[in-house]
Design a protein around this ligand. Structure first.
Ligand code: B12
Length: 213
């Protein structure tokens, strides 16, 4: 188990972009059988929020955000195989991507992890995904298209994806999420469901498929 001091060190290491220490501490936590979902929620995600606040306050800039993100991803890569483990037949095939113009992928990667852990087969289209690529994913048997957007400027891109899928006659459900997205926005653009965070994404995909209320 990590001590409280080590959990603080993990938080700081993400903020400072110290990937080596992040990998070392998360590996230690994994080997000790620590609850990695809890570690993610209690120490790692808050660190990214802290970096965002520092950016807003003009205390750090894009390069610092980038190294923090790389350090965070180093930890996520260790956690993913554990949290995504499932012995079940896939519940459904879903795809996910950050919309065109958006390069943020940490939140999306966490959603992928949770969906896999909940038994979904997930096709990850990556970042800066063109509308046509989401439409093409519908042709590969994905019954849900998940869209992620972190920026006020890329949020309207979601409407375009929804419209494009409709125009292309794709019979798929659309689930949206990301820091700037709300339920009322999902309602306004005709998305099938909204998820606030990674566990919420699982509920949202199930609701979109009629598997949950
Ligand atoms: C790291 C980071 C970056 C990194 C991204 C690296 C990477 N590989 O992801 C880099 C340096 C590249 C970056 C660049 C920029 N960024 Co930035 N970035 C961040 C930061 C600090 C953290 C984001 C993050 O990882 N959060 C942690 C994860 C876990 O949370 P999350 O992404 O919200 O995801 C959760 C939920 O939203 C939800 N979710 C996410 N996706 C989905 C999808 C579905 C379907 C569902 C259901 C749920 C869901 O579940 C996730 C897990 O719980 C945020 C600050 C913040 N507080 O968010 C700013 C922030 C998002 N960035 C911001 C800005 C302005 C930029 C830049 C424009 C800066 C610039 N001047 O160049 C560029 C834009 C680049 C681009 N075209 O995309 C602003 C956005 C403001 C706004 N409202 O538009 C923020 C909020 C910082 C700030 N406080 O001003 N950024």
């Amino acid at each position: 188990m990590l001590t409280e001091e080590e959990k603080d060190d993990l938080f700081e290491a993400i903020c400072d972009g110290d990937r080596e220490t992040v990998v070392e501490l998360v590996t230690k936590a994994r080997d000790a059988g620590e609850d990695l979902g809890k570690l993610l929620n209690d120490a790692m995600i808050p660190a990214m929020a802290d970096v965002g606040e520092q950016f807003s306050a003009g205390e750090v800039f894009v390069p610092e955000m980038l190294v923090a993100a790389r350090a965070m991803q180093g930890g996520i890569d260790i956690i993913e195989p554990i949290l995504a483990q499932t012995d079940h037949e896939p519940v459904a095939k879903v795809c996910i991507g950050s919309v065109k113009g958006d390069l943020h992928d940490i939140g999306k990667n966490l959603v992928v992890m949770m969906l896999k852990g909940a038994g979904f087969e997930v096709e990850d289209l990556g970042v800066d995904v063109a509308n046509e690529d989401f439409a093409a994913a519908a042709d590969r048997g994905n019954s849900v298209i998940c869209l992620s957007a972190l920026l006020t400027t890329t949020k309207p891109q979601m409407v375009k994806v929804v419209e494009h899928l409709k125009e292309a006659g794709k019979n798929v459900k659309v689930v949206i999420g990301g820091a700037v997205i709300t339920q009322s926005y999902a309602d306004a653009i005709g998305a099938d469901a909204f998820g606030e965070d990674a566990p919420g994404a699982v509920g949202a995909v199930k609701r979109a498929l009629g598997l949950a209320n």
